[in-house]
Design a binder for this molecule. Sequence first.
Ligand SMILES: [Zn+2]
Length: 318
Amino acid sequence: MDLRSQQCPGCGLSGPQIFRETFRDPYFGQDYRLFECSQCGLQYWEPRRIIPEFYEKAYLREYRARHEGRLKRLKYYHLEFFKNFARFSGVRPRLLDVGCGNGLFLKQARERGFEPWGIDLDQYSVRFASEKLGLSRVLALDLAGFFQKAQQENWRFEFITAFEVLEHQDHLKDFLDRVFRLLVPGGFFVGTVPNRENFFRMEHPGSFVDYPPNHFFRFNQQSLKILLEKAGFEKVVVYDIREPFYKYLKNLEKFTWQKVVRAPKNVGGNYKRIVKIFRFFRALCLRPVLLFPALILRERISYPVLYFQAQKTRGSDG
Ligand SMILES: [Zn+2]
């Protein structure tokens, strides 16, 4: 085992860090190294520096479309929030959604009695949220920029949410510190991250979504819980969300195909239609066969998304 002593960006302890792998990103040619903390189990890439051009360029157009523009229905992990925090009447708790995308989640929150606030770096999404959905408190800022403004205006929140956001951060501790300070005492921080102990995780996924400069962190339940507790939160709850059955079956089909038949490849635009037809027939043949194993596995596997919920019980406001 290759060990070195350095400070963990999660738990903050200086202890042996296990070297896991290297990766050269195909976009900028930057070399990264993956470490795992022997104390809390967090995996993190080095160096960590958000490259804004990365998000602006077309590389991730599909990814962005999936996350923002074309997102028409709420994700199942958004609904998990409303399972735990149903409906409010009378007082309208202020909710800030960090990385709010096109604002669908905030729209739903507004209907359920929250006062919706949101920030996102993507200008198009912010414009959609304010013009099409009538969300007036959505700003094109990152959390650092918003924090500054909030300090001047003395804005505080009962809820802050961050769905699929923490893994993108380069300064995770600063991020969590700002969230903590923006919450009122008793306020909740809620969100999701990818689960690295996901059953469907593949070594060579054929896409670089879970690599830097897109993702800088890989969490499991334990490391996420410790991270939030170290940031000052209490009553921390972390669990993997069971996917809706249709989504689960789709994942199982993809997983089986790639394990048994071949490793996935990125296919160019011209073949998209053919691939679509092929996938339709693959589903038609494979899914009935997978139905029985799927039912058996349903209770036993860990799912791709980790949900967390944490409370700021102490004062230390501002
Ligand atoms: Zn650690």
